[in-house]
Design a protein around this ligand. Sequence first.
Ligand code: RP5
Length: 164
Amino acid sequence: MSTHENQRVAVVMGSASDLGTMRKAADILESFGVVHDVIVSSAHRTPDETFAFAASAAEKYAVIIAGAGGAAHLAGVIAAKTTLPVIGVPIKSDALNGLDSLLSTVQMPGGVPVATMAIGDAGAKNAALFAVAILALEDAELTQKLKAYRAAQAKRVMESQPES
Ligand code: RP5
């Protein structure tokens, strides 16, 4: 159980087939002790449920991460029904390697923003780190954890020098 009960994040995806990528987001949130729910809800296959989720999301969540592939309208549809920050993750697709997902997620009309991350695993990871950064604006403990995360990452890079 996290210490950040009031800063819950929803990790939503269009299909259970997105879980391999979206688990990267959940893992990061877990490591920062941020409470999160993992939800499958499709903008196209379960539109009513997706709309209902987005319309009431502010009652339960502070940030939403939404990942989808192909005609990836999930993040945009959710953003249309909530003023919470929505972070989009374009899932790598079989047909176009995720370029379709990226463009579908990122090209929102002015007025309804989706903060779109990179395609695939890096995007899912960064979506969670971005969510943590938003929550950290009002949470000094999370800010310290983010700084420690960056420092550990830098240390790993410095220690990975090839033998000369
Ligand atoms: C999208 O269609 C999902 O987000 C998924 O990335 C893609 C394929 O879904 P499945 O056919 O694997 O369920 O809606």
